[in-house]
Design a protein around this ligand. Structure first.
Ligand SMILES: C[S@@+](CC[C@H](N)C(=O)[O-])C[C@H]1O[C@@H](n2cnc3c(N)ncnc32)[C@H](O)[C@@H]1O
Length: 242
């Protein structure tokens, strides 16, 4: 990962911790991981470990631990892992600092753990095409023959909605403004190629089992006190059966 993006994530999570707040995308797990689990359970072997790639505060990770024997949350940002270890610990969950873009680190996980399921929520959208290719190549190695990828991502439509908040004539809601400050979600960033999730996964050699539209319930409240929701996408995928 570029040092710049890593520093941005560390600064973002440091500020969230210092403010004693939740991150914008730290949805209640009942609206996120629990929903993804219901969709994936018919297709996964819960006896395989599951890795939460880019686990952030661990709010979703710890929910995975109710359905899987062993859960490993990995993230680049130490301040996020500190929140996860403090707030979202469980006997069958561990948190580790790993850069998903370091091939050797991902290969070491595969060697140590064998085939695993993989959960990815709101991580791929921020990467360049080359970085997505690298991460999805690593995911394919981690999945092996039996693992299933459970993925929930922001799409072009999500970016359009975020931009409408950031560029509105009224002040951007505070948690959207924090993201913009750290990641510069400017119009230039948002004018990206249309990367639909199932197209992205298929292009990188994965077999999509199911996919569809989703919603991300943010922790930012609107003027009426209701959580702002973002349109997103979900998919389940595996390596093609040979
Ligand atoms: C938008 S947050 C989502 C966090 C969590 N998956 C969730 O749904 O709440 C993206 C996370 O990916 C992590 N991340 C970004 N690039 C990474 C990388 N190269 N390796 C590991 N983690 C990374 C960030 O630190 C951040 O915690």
């Amino acid at each position: 990962m570029t040092t710049e993006l890593r520093q941005s994530w560390e600064a973002y999570w440091g500020e969230v911790a210092q403010a004693g707040e939740t991150a914008l995308f730290d949805s209640p797990s009942a609206t996120a991981a629990a929903v993804h689990l219901r969709r994936c359970m018919p297709h996964v072997d819960p006896a395989l470990p599951i890795i939460d790639l880019g686990c952030g505060s661990g709010r979703q990770t710890v929910r995975l631990a109710e359905s899987f024997t062993r859960v490993i949350g990995v993230d680049i940002a130490e301040p996020a892992l500190a929140i996860a270890r403090r707030d979202n610990a469980a006997a069958n969950v561990e948190y580790r600092q790993v850069d998903l873009l370091e091939d050797a680190a991902v290969a070491a996980l595969a060697t140590e753990l064998g085939e695993v399921n993989v959960y990815v929520r709101s991580v791929l959208h921020q990467l360049s095409s080359d970085q997505q290719q690298r991460v999805l190549r690593g995911v394919a190695v981690l999945l092996g023959h039996r693992g299933v990828l459970i993925v929930h991502e922001l799409t072009t439509l999500t970016r359009w909605v975020i931009r409408s908040f950031i560029e509105s004539e009224e002040a951007a809601p505070v948690k959207f403004a924090r993201l913009q400050r750290h990641f510069g979600m400017s119009a230039a960033t948002l004018q990206d190629e249309d990367r639909q999730l199932d197209v992205l996964l298929t292009r990188h050699g994965l077999h999509v089992i199911e996919s569809g539209d989703d919603t991300l319930q943010t922790t930012q409240l609107d003027a009426d006190g209701a959580p702002i929701e973002l349109p997103t996408a979900w998919a389940l995928a595996r390596n093609p059966l040979s």
